[in-house]
Design a protein around this ligand. Structure first.
Ligand SMILES: Nc1nc(=O)c2c([nH]1)NC[C@@H]1CN(c3ccc(C(=O)N[C@@H](CCC(=O)O)C(=O)O)cc3)C=[N+]21
Length: 279
């Protein structure tokens, strides 16, 4: 079965649009992009398009690639203090020379739509409510909407990034999965991935998940967004793994659109709660 992230995300955006109207919310998302990386600009444009679709206002701040960390921090302070801004998203990766950790830590945690602020990472770790990182949240929505069980199941994650690998591990753990996080130093990777009921690949290496690494019936979630000869492809060798997996997400059309849907949901949640729910 192919897991249709694109279709599910579209349905969720429709529902969110109705909720925003009914609840008379007027959320505003601010995006901050530093430099001129074409992929980053494309992603930010997609986020603004989604905002338009659901009735979220959006503003963008673009800073030149040679901006100093201090200038980025100053702009974020302005957005933090602006009562008209509900959510702040700093598009990653930031150009070399900018202190990403300080930038993320400077975002008001109440406006942190990505859930990347250390306080919100702590809330995720402990299971307290808070905004959850968008890609992991989108994956959990996809699993639950397709009734793919997690409780007692073996989840194997390939990749230990702070934005995907680690937080999806925690969300799956909170959902009572038995979680293994693999990475570039893992020995006998195929042996481990073959034991999974749910395999999440967030390694960022095209084609690293091959048919021999997947057991029949396994659910395979592909987070890869790799450019290969100008074409977007995932971490999974789709054509061979599709025949073995019980369920699999395509790239494009799988996790990517769910990430954007989660971002819209987080932005609306922040507008609803405004310092209440997350504290
Ligand atoms: N602060 C921050 N938050 C992020 O959430 C964040 C980020 N920085 N930096 C980059 C990554 C990447 N990311 C994607 C979002 C949507 C698609 C997506 O919708 N992709 C489409 C295809 C797009 C295409 O056609 O190229 C799909 O998979 O179907 C992909 C990747 C969010 N990220």
């Amino acid at each position: 079965m192919i897991l249709d992230g694109k279709g599910l995300a579209a349905r969720r955006l429709e529902l969110l649009k109705e909720d925003i109207l009914e609840e008379k919310l007027s959320p505003t998302l601010a995006t901050v992009i530093v430099g001129d990386d074409p992929a980053s600009h494309m992603y930010v444009r997609m986020k603004h398009r989604a905002c338009e679709q659901v009735g979220i206002n959006s503003v963008n701040v673009t800073l030149p690639a040679d901006t100093t960390t201090k200038t980025v921090l100053d702009r974020i302070r302005q957005l933090n203090e602006d009562p008209d801004i509900d959510g702040i998203l700093v598009q990653l990766p930031l150009p070399e020379g900018i202190d990403t950790e300080s930038v993320i830590a400077s975002i008001n945690p109440e406006k942190d739509v990505d859930g990347f602020h250390p306080l919100n990472m702590g809330r995720l770790m402990t299971g307290l409510p808070g905004p959850r990182p968008c890609t992991p949240k989108g994956i959990m929505t996809l699993l639950s909407e397709y009734n793919i069980p997690t409780s007692g199941k073996r989840a194997v994650i390939v990749g230990r990034s702070v934005d995907v690998g680690r937080p999806i591990g925690l969300l799956l753990l909170h959902a009572d999965a038995t979680v293994t996080i693999c990475h570039s130093k893992t020995e006998n990777l195929a042996e481990i991935t073959r034991q999974a009921d749910i395999l999440v690949s967030a390694a960022g290496r095209a084609g690293i998940i091959t048919a021999d690494m997947v057991k029949p019936g396994e659910s395979v979630i592909d987070v890869g967004t790799n450019q290969v000869n100008g074409k977007l492809c995932g971490d999974v060798s789709f054509s061979e793994v599709e025949k073995i997996a019980g369920a699999i997400t395509p790239v494009p059309g799988g996790v990517g659109p769910m990430t954007i849907a989660s971002l819209m949901e987080n932005t609306a949640d922040i507008a609803r709660n405004r310092c209440v729910h997350f504290m």
